[in-house]
Ligand binder design. Structure first.
Ligand code: PHE
Length: 479
């Protein structure tokens, strides 16, 4: 007992509620908000997608955020151990902790390709840093990137992405660099690593986000952007769009990967979690919408296609940065902003298996973080080789919904379309039906009325809605 107590007092934790909120918002706000959300909104026709997405965030995402954080706060250990503890204290089968195992594996898989995409961001931040230096060298520090108007041709600017993808050594260097920074933060622990990174980086992130958005509002085509994002054309609402909106809501809130269970386990203070969960959901959705208002005015002003897909941020925007006043500077700041957002998210992804290694395998933090960074890093190499040496390889190509997808998109699709929905559905069933409701109400700190509403959403709406979307996502032929 004394040994257990000894480790309990040495247990890692957040130094304040603000620190927890910043870390959780940092985990939620990432490539999902700034790269994936505008891409999906662009491809899915804008407003109608945005509306369904927001509905999913507040009806399904928010209750699940509270469910995950509460599970962690009760368990006070890694996600699998925390679910086991909630099950034990509720007299339910501890086999339910397998749900968190699904999430932990998903976090590992997502980390593997997340770091590859973040590597592209790192490369583009570097390219734009050089452009900024060049612009200053021309005596035109507030000029455009790529030689300004009349400099490089559009083809030359856009071919950078293809050149990067064709060069696996360069992709690898960026991927290793990004994973290395992630590993460094996680190895330093909850307090001096994760919390410190979030409290330094998140304020920088918000300043950049608001700054670039205001800039875009004045120099870009703001009215066309707002019309695009907020005018709903419901004829565009197909089952695929609804499926994509749910997947995006889960991914963006970092749900289903046991990340918020893990972060919740570092909460030491008493006190309710309802307001905290609401803050996280609002901040994440707010950032996605502001990111849309940051990117689309620039896209429309430059006459670019909003449905440009995954290359929107990497191919389209640099073209805009050439002709915009101050483009060299804004381009550099823009990719720094995405880098910061990606880093605080990848840190949370690596923390999930790292905490698992500590809690379940009794490894040291340093060893656990190193093993999983190396493992996810190696798997990520397959994703990046998919663009060159292994192009044409479609690992789940025999399965119609993954047909023709390259390695990275296959792992992204498999985690997003199957593992995350499955993870949250099982969690919702467990929390809604198996966990001790008195204990939950005490830990969430919700009033009777709010608790009833939350329980209804978790026990009924989440399993049914997520189950349906999962079913139609897996068997599109059903409709
Ligand atoms: N929510 C992050 C984003 O939007 C991605 C993420 C998913 C991070 C799951 C952690 C866990 O980019």
């Amino acid at each position: 007992a004394s040994a257990a107590q000894g480790s309990a007092t040495a247990k890692e934790g957040w130094s304040s509620r603000t620190a927890f909120i910043l870390a959780a918002v940092g985990a939620a706000v990432g490539l999902g908000n700034i790269w994936r959300f505008p891409t999906l909104a662009g491809e899915s026709g804008g407003g109608a997608f945005v509306l369904v997405y927001i509905a999913f965030v507040f009806l399904l995402g928010l209750p699940l955020v509270l469910a995950e954080i509460t599970t962690g706060k009760i368990g006070q250990t890694d996600a699998v151990g925390s679910m086991r503890e909630v099950a034990r204290r509720s007299g339910a089968s501890t086999a339910w902790s397998a749900t968190a195992t699904v999430g932990t594996v998903a976090a590992f898989l997502i980390l593997s390709f997340y770091s590859v995409v973040a590597g592209w961001v790192l490369y583009y931040a570097g390219v734009h840093a050089i452009e900024l230096v060049n612009a200053i060298g021309r005596g035109d520090p507030l000029g455009g990137a790529f030689g300004g108007p009349g400099g490089e041709s559009v083809d030359e600017i856009q071919s950078r992405m293809g050149n990067l993808f064709g060069n696996w050594q360069l992709l690898l260097a960026m991927h290793v660099g990004f994973m290395g920074v992630t590993w460094f933060v996680v190895s330093r622990g909850v307090h001096s690593g994760i919390e410190k990174a979030a409290t330094i980086l998140m304020p920088i992130f918000f300043v950049l986000l608001v700054g670039i958005t205001i800039y875009g509002a004045f120099t870009g085509n703001f009215s066309e952007a707002t019309a695009f994002l907020f005018t709903a054309d419901f004829s565009k609402l197909t089952p695929e769009v609804i499926n994509a909106a749910l997947g995006q809501a889960l991914f963006s809130l970092s749900l289903g990967v046991a990340g918020l269970i893990t972060y919740g386990s570092y909460i030491k203070s008493k006190g309710g979690l309802g307001g905290t969960s609401l803050t996280i959901a609002f901040a994440d959705t707010g950032v996605a919408l502001i990111a849309g208002l940051m990117i689309f005015p620039i896209v429309f002003a430059a006459g670019l296609d909003p449905a440009g897909g995954p290359t929107l941020v990497f191919q389209a925007l640099p073209v805009a940065f050439q002709s915009m006043p101050g483009g060299a500077l804004i381009g550099f700041l823009f990719f720094c902003l995405i880098f910061v957002a990606a880093l605080t998210s990848s840190v949370s992804l690596l923390e999930v298996p790292t905490a698992w290694g500590k809690g379940e395998m009794k490894w040291s933090r340093a060893f656990s973080a190193t093993m999983f960074a190396l493992g996810a890093g190696s798997l990520g190499v397959l994703s990046l080789l998919g663009y060159n040496e292994l192009s044409g390889v479609s690992p789940l190509g025999f399965w119609s919904i993954f047909e023709g997808l390259d390695i990275l998109d296959t792992i992204d699709g498999f985690t997003g379309k199957i593992m995350l929905p499955l993870g949250v559905m099982l969690l919702a069933i467990f929390i809604g039906w198996k966990a001790d409701q008195k204990m939950l109400q005490a830990e969430t700190g919700l009033s009777d009325g709010m608790f009833k509403l939350w329980r209804f959403l978790v026990a009924w709406l989440c399993p049914i809605a997520v189950g349906l979307v999962l079913l139609f996502g897996l068997f599109p032929g059903l409709i």
